[in-house]
Design a protein around this ligand. Sequence first.
Ligand SMILES: *Cc1c(COP(=O)(O)O)cnc(C)c1O
Length: 524
Amino acid sequence: MTGGCRLVVNRELPKLKSGVRFPSPAPFKKGIKMYYKSTRGNEKKISSAQAIIRGLADDKGLYVPEEIPSLPFEIKDMINKSYKEIALPILGAFFDDFTYEELKHCVDGAYTDKFDDDEIVPIKKTEKCYFLELFHGRTAAFKDMALSILPYLLTTAIKKENEKKKVCILVATSGDTGKAALEGFADVPGTEIIVFYPNKGVSKIQEQQMVTQEGDNTHVFAINGNFDDAQNGVKEIFNDEEFSRQVEEKGIRISSANSINIGRLIPQVVYYVYSYIKLVESGEIKDKDSINVVVPTGNFGNILAAYYAKQMGIPINKFICASNENKVLADFLNTGKYDIDRDFHLTSSPSMDILISSNLERLLYHLAEQDGNEVRRYMSQLYDDSGYEISEKIKLGLNDFVGGCADMNKVSEAIGNLYNEENYLIDTHTAVAYCVYSDYVKKTSDSTPTIIASTASAYKFAESVADALGIDKGKDGFESVLKVKEKTGVFVPEGLRNLDKKRVRHDGLIDIDEMKQTILKCTK
Ligand SMILES: *Cc1c(COP(=O)(O)O)cnc(C)c1O
């Protein structure tokens, strides 16, 4: 990153010396206490390893921890700890059927120099807020935070549970999950990964990242439809018992790398705790001070992880949920009505072009005080009537959430302004959050220190960013990368360099109703 931001919070702090010991394995000694249940209430409790292997519950619900654990440490005892050192006890608190050694293996394998920043998630300070840069992994978007560890969690879980079947990971992607999952699972023994992305619904760079993926167990298909179609297709496959039997006979178990998998969600809690510790460590806030968190939201996974961090004990005041033109969530938070009966927009922040935000189901379940029947009712109304209205109790529970939206013009203007005024470059998704936050402050004058989740490198959406900077964007996304680099000098992530020269290895285009056939073919 170029300078401009007055403070790079955690760079100025002393580095950990090698040989520093991990925190005491105390949370690992208790034996299993944490069980996972389905949001639709019809399932037996299972261990986290089983929940990670299954992905989605048989009653179509999502797995949630029966209870959200408290922070397994005091903030003051975590000062100067590394990302890995903070991650380990947090994961241990949620996944307590894993041993200390097992989780250490997962954390050590995931957060390595595959990340192009030693801090894993550097925090940048600007005039109005802090940006938590979650995009320093292999694929230059925040999905790497969870998808670099999920394959380790899953393969460890398979070993623990003596699962003999091959696990076939199905992924529906709005662009970023697909590549991050492919990177994570490529050539992982005992797994096969199949990714479906909406044809024309992802950026040129996102598409090229996926279709050039190497690895003998990787499969990538464009589908005729949008992200919701892809996600529904995958969910239907999970719910099709006949189909499950068919693949099980072939020795295959289907699982998911989408954020419906609890193994995706929990690792995301870590960076909210981490960032709070780093703000305390650098003297930006005092321990126990409240912060706000702003999240550019699509499937509601990232912001739900912030909610979990608060339940653990991080003092978060407001969760500001930012949407683009597909503002189902903003409307929902403002009215209590979830309504998908509306036009779908393709925007400059394609990873948020979503109408059905799966992880909201988890929040509803927690706020309904774990009433699976109530959640099941909402979900069937969503399916049958394109929407539902929540109870007064849940509305009250949503008091800490603020919804807002920003359109493409505002996003573009914000990218240009922030760059010109503070020499700091953000991508289109992060800019949605920045706009919504600016509106929020104008309206409320809330001066609580605020962290914006910065979810992608600006280069991943280089054409829109070039437009926003008022420069020539060249003939395609690849040229835009070069133009933006020329103008700003900002570091281009490794994975995005020379992307156009890579060989295309996947060029399938299928209809939604061909997904099952495709899976059978890929798992021959
Ligand atoms: C996936 C994604 C989002 C949305 O995150 P959710 O957890 O699905 O709400 C936002 N920005 C980028 C760049 C993404 O890849």
